[in-house]
Design a protein around this ligand. Structure first.
Ligand code: FAD
Length: 375
């Protein structure tokens, strides 16, 4: 593993850094950010050129994540489309589906959400109960999806539904491209602990999906879902670590602001976080190497996700403790305009989203420590 940028990578990094520096500070609208990135050639870096991407290796996606975090760039509204749905359609989509969606995903014109989880099917995703029944022209879908990020903004949903309830649960599932504006589709935003509504519940009452919106083989949606989930883990470790380094810098600023830089207990915690952050960075580079070599995210990505969520939660809690009464959202003596409270509250979901901590520990035990399978 060579930790230095090659000449081409250094050039790419410098160009991107300069471009980010030139972007207007108010470019905070997530949707317009997608468009700006696309126009500048920074959307779909790893997608094949044939599908409108740049055909670059995952290292470039890592550089992109690092530089965007350093520049405090906005999140991309179409993150699910770009990172998960696009690559899934490239592998399993029909020509018509690819023509309809791929360019529009890159341009931020088709915003996607992911309709996998249900009230009784999160970790045990294969237990989904949303039903799709065949009709002459397509499928009629009935059921409920939960925790779908960006559901309120989405134009389309990559949806899993049960098409054959008589077979074993991993079989008889089909993947669909659902138009979120179809009759029978209702989105109820879910209010989170931090007051925002980044995700929602999708109620499906006889929602119609035509045959041409089936992704991959009918009754073989499990295979499609596994490919989608593998893409979710792709280079996300680098993205998360890069954002965490920026937050660590803000923590140091908070420590100084509160005059706690000489407090031995605070120094001890800061040093521990620094060590963990460094370990995360190197693990991220190992995961990237494995992705470069095999095309698949290795088990390092589970270590990264688990450790990142714990470090993030500890870091944000320390910041809040340092602020003391200054953590109040308003009033005299309030610091950071509620930034750290928002981070603490949002970080609670980190140990659930993208694979819960318990599940990740199981993966690490079996795939890294070589312990016997639990079932
Ligand atoms: C911020 C956020 C965004 C999300 N975005 C999306 C999205 O866009 N689309 C989508 O489809 N879903 C999304 N989800 C849902 C997410 O995928 C699920 O919450 C997750 O899979 C866990 O499922 P669950 O909530 O049903 O919990 P459960 O699966 O019911 O788990 C409950 C508890 O039991 C533990 N547990 C379960 N099974 C085992 C086991 N076999 N061994 C040990 N422990 C176990 C879990 O670790 C957990 O602690 C999101 C969730 C969050 C928090």
């Amino acid at each position: 593993m060579d930790l230095h940028d090659s000449a081409e990578q250094a050039q790419f990094r410098a160009g991107l850094r300069e471009w980010l520096r030139q972007q207007p500070a108010g470019q905070a609208q997530m949707g317009s950010w997608n468009k700006a990135l696309h126009e500048a050639g920074y959307a779909g870096l790893t997608w094949p050129q044939k599908y409108g991407g740049r055909g670059l290796s995952p290292v470039y996606q890592g550089i992109f994540a690092e530089e965007c975090a350093l520049a405090d760039a906005p999140d991309q509204l179409n993150v699910i489309g770009l990172n998960m749905v696009g690559p899934t359609l490239i592998r399993y989509g029909t020509d018509t589906q690819q023509k309809k969606h791929l360019n529009a995903i890159l341009a931020g014109e088709h915003i996607f959400c992911q309709g996998f989880s249900e009230p009784e099917a999160g970790t045990d995703l294969a237990s989904i109960r949303t039903r799709a029944r065949p009709t002459a022209d397509g499928w009629v879908i009935e059921g409920e999806k939960l925790w779908s990020s960006y559901a309120s903004f989405a134009d389309y949903c990559l949806l899993l539904a049960r098409t054959d309830p008589e077979v074993a649960k991993h079989r008889g599932i089909t993947c669909f491209l659902l138009d979120m504006r179809s009759p029978g589709v209702t989105v109820r935003p879910l209010r989170q602990i931090n007051g925002e509504s980044d995700f929602g519940q999708i109620i499906l009452e006889n929602a119609f999906v035509p045959h041409e919106c089936v992704v991959g083989p009918v009754d073989n949606g499990w295979q499609v879902a596994l490919a989608t989930l593998a893409h979710e883990r792709g280079t996300f470790g680098i993205t998360l670590t890069a954002r965490l380094s920026v937050q660590f810098g803000r923590l140091l600023a908070t420590v100084r602001e509160m005059g706690k830089q000489d407090d031995p207990l605070v120094r001890d915690e800061v040093a521990r976080l620094h060590v963990e952050l460094s370990a995360l960075r190197w693990t991220g580079y190992r995961a990237l190497t494995s992705l470069e070599e095999t095309g698949e995210p290795g088990p390092e990505s589970s270590v990264l996700k688990l450790q990142w969520s714990q470090t993030h939660q500890r870091l944000t809690k320390l910041a809040l403790r340092l602020l003391g009464p200054g953590a109040l959202l308003d009033g005299a003596g309030s610091y950071w305009d509620g930034y750290w409270q928002a981070q603490v509250l949002r970080s609670r979901g980190n140990s659930i989203e993208g694979g819960t901590s318990e599940i990740l520990k199981g993966v690490i035990a079996e795939r890294i420590a070589g312990l016997p399978r639990s079932r």
